[in-house]
Design a protein around this ligand. Structure first.
Ligand code: 5GP
Ligand code: MG
Ligand code: MG
Length: 204
């Protein structure tokens, strides 16, 4: 059975995503062209892996690339828990401009924690580039560092979305689009998300 049959609704198609990623890459290139040294692009694993890969291939600057891991939902999928962040950067960010690349900003807890860490490591600025943003769910304001900027692909409605790097129970990351699962698939794996996002079942 095809993975596509698990999807209730596609929110952004591969074409829409690639068009927007190209625009974001052009903005970042324009903003960081004059900056020295070139920025460090730090992806938040695992969800940002496809977005980061597509983004950096369209930024023709000598950027370095690294990843950090942040598990805000842990195994219990409680989004309100402080994220457990495992930071093991290879790249030294002292006096560097950092662009954090995220799949989606939800409560803001993960980013705030990562930004605080990068600031403590002496980053001269921290910008954020997120594919999706769900501002209605914000619990912590995302405070950038220095001249940092906030780049956002799309505002996301309050659904639990999957695809283009984003998972549900570690599945669906390989879908080339962003969409919403059929309610029965959320219920199969995880009662918390099925309840928390029960409007999914009312999605048109
Ligand atoms: P925050 O700390 O901002 O609440 O959570 C951010 C992280 O939670 C995201 O980077 C992402 O990994 C996960 N997350 C939040 N909303 C969604 C969603 O709708 N779908 C998926 N797959 N992950 C989400
Ligand atoms: Mg993420
Ligand atoms: Mg996840």
């Amino acid at each position: 059975m095809s993975l596509d049959s698990h999807i209730e609704r596609v929110l952004w198609t591969p074409d829409q995503i690639s068009h927007r990623v190209a625009q974001l890459a052009a903005h970042i290139t324009h903003d960081f062209q004059p900056v020295s040294p070139p920025p460090v692009v730090v992806g938040v694993a695992t969800g940002a892996f496809l977005f980061l890969a597509d983004l950096v291939r369209q930024i023709p600057l000598p950027v370095s690339v690294d990843f950090v891991r942040a598990e805000s939902y842990g195994s219990g999928t409680q989004s309100n828990k402080a994220p457990s962040v495992s930071i093991n950067l290879k790249v030294d960010v002292q006096d560097k401009h950092v662009i954090l690349v995220e799949d989606i900003v939800d409560t803001g807890c993960t980013l705030s924690c990562l930004i605080a860490h990068l600031k403590s490591k002496g980053a001269s600025s921290v910008s954020v580039c997120t594919l999706l943003d769900k501002p209605v769910r914000r619990k912590v304001e995302v405070e950038l560092v220095g001249e940092g900027k906030f780049y956002c692909g799309f505002q996301c409605p309050d659904y639990f979305v999957v695809g283009y790097g984003m998972d549900f129970a570690e599945l669906y990351r390989n879908l080339p689009f962003v969409g919403v699962l059929k309610p029965e698939y959320y219920k199969v794996f995880d009662r918390f998300i099925a309840e928390e996002y029960n409007e999914i079942s009312r999605a048109p």
